[in-house]
Design a protein around this ligand. Structure first.
Ligand SMILES: [Zn+2]
Length: 325
């Protein structure tokens, strides 16, 4: 653990003053400009050849889950649509945590109901057929596992769990949701009524982290969850926030996977954050071929030997057909 590498949250309250993310050394950076030019390189046939060689490590991002109804942070133009709450904000005040949990309480219900799509299923098929080995995902939705994939590393954690920043207690999100329901009777109904009064479809507002947009007065009426062990209101979803870092040991493990790979296949990530991009750089440096399939331009385009800017479900359909999986 190197707390000195972690930025001191601003406006830290006394009860939250000792919050430190554990063992996190490299910060997740926020928005970076992406290349404007979208140029394909290679063909689907090239992708079939590459994946057919086996030993493929998949690196997946939010774009793989958009077809499950979970929106991406960025549109096809690569521009950021929403600004997620940063770790500094979350750790910095009870008020921010109340805001996060009020929004997440509602957003998570839809998030939790999402099912794997054709893209997730095809990754599993490729894995079962022996072409794909480990899967590294930046997604926190658990949809690879729901589709039956094994050997999945969740680089940014999972929304299935929550962890107390004060005492480290890990708890299930389902249980936490039930406790929030008990502490906030009628909250969902008040939200639905408020959304209806402005003609809004709340489902359209859900973000990749299960967060949603929510009016201030509703937020103020919400009772945030507290830790059952230490009693503090410092329970955080067990996911890596922006401004926070992926644990170093996890990064090293993923570097090992990439070093042993025959190819790295990036699916649905703009690679805008270093947490994923570094694996593309590593593969490229080691002479391991990199293929990218995603809808937008990506930060790793220069390192890829195959780039297909195309819808994922359809492209993976054709890949699986081409391999006769
Ligand atoms: Zn605690």
């Amino acid at each position: 653990m190197q707390p000195s590498s972690v930025p001191a949250p601003t406006g830290v309250t006394s009860e939250a003053a000792d919050i430190r993310p554990t063992g996190r050394l490299t910060r997740l950076s926020t928005s970076r400009p992406l290349p404007l030019e979208v140029t394909d390189l290679g063909t689907l046939h090239d992708l079939v050849e590459l994946v057919g060689g086996g030993g493929v490590v998949v690196l997946s991002g939010a774009g793989l889950s958009t077809e499950s109804g979970i929106p991406d942070y960025r549109g096809p133009d690569g521009l950021r649509r929403v600004e997620p709450m940063t770790f500094g904000e979350f750790a910095g005040s009870s008020e921010a945590r109340r805001r996060y949990w009020a929004r997440s309480y509602i957003g998570w219900q839809r998030f939790n109901a999402a099912s794997p799509n054709a893209g997730h299923r095809h990754v599993t098929e490729l894995q079962r057929a022996g072409y794909v080995g480990p899967v590294i995902t930046q997604n926190v939705d658990g949809l690879h596992q729901a589709a039956g994939a094994i050997d999945v590393t969740e680089l940014h954690g999972s929304l299935d769990r929550a962890v107390c920043l004060t005492c480290g207690e890990v708890t299930s999100r389902v249980g936490l949701h039930d406790r929030m329901s008990e502490a906030n009777p009628g909250f969902m109904e008040r939200f639905a009524a408020a959304a209806a009064s402005v003609g809004s479809q709340w489902g359209e507002q859900v973000r990749p982290d299960g967060d949603i947009v929510l009016a201030d007065d509703l937020v103020r009426s919400f009772h945030a969850p507290w830790c059952l062990v230490c009693g503090h209101d410092t329970v955080k979803p067990d996911v890596v926030f922006f401004g926070e870092s992926v644990p170093k040991a996890l990064v090293e493990r993923c570097f090992d996977l990439v070093d042993q790979a025959g190819a790295l296949l990036v699916l649905g990530s703009s690679l805008a954050v270093m947490s994923g991009y570094r694996f593309v750089r590593r593969a490229h440096r080691e002479g391991t071929p990199v293929a990218i399939v995603t809808r937008s331009a990506t930060r790793g385009d220069a390192e890829a030997s195959i780039r297909l800017h195309a819808p994922l479900g359809e492209t993976l359909d054709r890949l699986v057909d081409g391999l006769r999986v």
